[in-house]
Design a protein around this ligand. Structure first.
Ligand code: SAH
Length: 419
């Protein structure tokens, strides 16, 4: 084992690794011996040269090494990597009974830092964001294809993230066929068109699956309680995930808002796909297969402005979803993000009927759950509303959080009930 390169930490810098946090920051490194190549296996040692972890070396990254294992007895070879892939895929087996869109590998949480793999039907979509993953790319892809029986791998690595790590750009078809322009996925009783090539993230907000399901459960609850089918407002609707879930569950009307015309167009075709709306250009009456008389409103608009306009118009809703983009990408943006979160939550709460529900999210890692709750509480006070916290929400089970790596938990939400 002495041939393996080593990363030696400065005194005291072993603490976070001792707590099994999987990152070694460049500023913690005292010395690197053995001239490891990019992505090569290194042993991380404390200032007394005691073993701490096996890791992949990232010579150009602020995160200089990402840990594979804290067990000195582990042999980090192809078999070990394959077993990690197999374990990650096995962990999601049950989920694949209810959906054809699943996150199969979620980086650190699955012991594969820098690797994200989403499965959409017969397609695997990858994000390769670390040197250690690049160094073993073929082994990892082989294992993924074998354990899923998928032959098609399409890469959607973030060019900016790869540039930051000094990794040559990848992207596009890595194995098999190119994805179709739109691929149809199914999730519970809903179906969605997904654009794997250009859609957000890897094409779809897979992480919101459980919350779409929750919306589907809340609609009949609200109907039973209020003796009328709820009117739903879905802000930042993207391709209509929450809108379709609400409509399928029997909402009376669903108003969706997004500033992207492409997203709204795909959202509308998702309504058609689910037989909730007739194809564009045809009147509702000519759609004999239509399930229900849900009234869709698709607004290509700015949510901040639209919330004010809806208030001016005197509109009211029994269920509102707020799922905005990441308002803070780092600590410096938290204050500005807090104002934006407060603004939309205030606007939404002012439109919410008594007894109605607000499902509000933040996917900004820099805004933690405590701060998010404080922001929303401030909005509720300003709106003159009293609310219960009915549930705390997060990403689905295919986006697990490692107890020792809380940074992995980016999505947080609150389900509030207005009293
Ligand atoms: N709720 C969606 C995901 C939202 S992603 C889902 O479940 O699939 C964030 C969306 O917000 C994107 O579609 C983006 O186009 C939209 N967006 C960003 N800023 C906006 C703004 N100010 N007003 C309206 N939409 C906005």
């Amino acid at each position: 084992m002495s041939a393996i390169a080593a990363v030696l930490l400065k005194p005291g810098k072993e603490r976070s690794l001792a707590r099994r946090h999987p990152w070694v920051y460049a500023s913690a490194v005292a010395d690197v011996s053995g001239a490891p190549a990019s992505g090569a296996l290194v042993a991380v040692r404390d200032s007394q040269r005691r073993f701490l972890a096996w890791a992949a070396y990232s010579p150009a990254s602020m995160i200089r090494a990402r840990c594979w294992s804290f067990d000195e007895h582990d042999r980090i070879d192809s078999d070990w990597l394959v077993s990690r892939i197999e374990a990650a895929v096995a962990r999601r087996e049950e989920l694949q009974q209810v959906t054809t869109a699943v996150r199969l590998v979620f980086g650190e949480a699955d012991g594969l830092p820098g690797l994200v793999v989403d499965r959409y039907g017969d397609f695997l979509v990858t994000q390769l964001h670390a040197a250690g993953i690049d160094a073993h790319r073929q082994v990892l892809l082989d294992a993924l294809c074998r354990s899923t029986a998928c032959e098609n791998v399409f890469d959607r690595s973030d060019p900016a993230l790869r540039a930051r790590e000094h990794l040559a750009q990848v992207g596009g078809v890595l194995r098999g066929a190119a994805p179709p322009k739109h691929l149809c996925i199914s999730e519970h009783d809903a179906r969605y068109w997904v654009d794997l090539r250009h859609g957000h993230k890897t094409g779809f907000y897979i992480d919101q699956r459980d919350n779409r399901r929750l919306v589907g459960n809340l609609v009949p609850q609200l109907r039973a309680r209020q003796a009328r089918a709820p009117r739903v407002l879905n802000c930042f609707c993207y391709t209509g995930g929450f809108a379709i879930a609400a409509a399928l569950a029997g909402a009376q009307a669903v108003t969706s808002v997004d500033s992207s015309a492409d997203a709204v167009e795909l959202a509308r075709s998702n309504a058609t796909l689910n037989a909730l709306e007739p194809p564009a250009g045809r009147a509702a009456a000519s759609a004999p297969g239509a399930l229900s008389a849900v009234q869709f409103d698709w607004l290509c608009a700015d949510v901040f402005e639209q919330l004010r306009m809806l208030r001016t118009e005197g509109r009211r809703f029994e269920l509102i979803v707020l799922d905005p983009p990441k308002f803070a990408t780092n600590q410096h943006q938290v204050e500005r993000a807090a104002r934006a979160y407060k603004d939309i939550n205030l606007g939404a709460l002012r439109l919410l009927e008594r007894g109605g529900m607000l499902m509000t999210f933040s996917c900004s890692g820099a805004v933690n759950a405590d701060l998010f709750q404080k922001i929303v509480a401030g909005a509720a006070v300003d709106a003159g509303t009293d609310c219960f916290v009915r549930a705390r929400l997060g990403a689905g089970a295919d986006h697990p959080t490692l107890l020792t790596h809380p940074e992995g938990e980016y999505l947080k939400g609150l389900l509030l009930e207005r009293t």
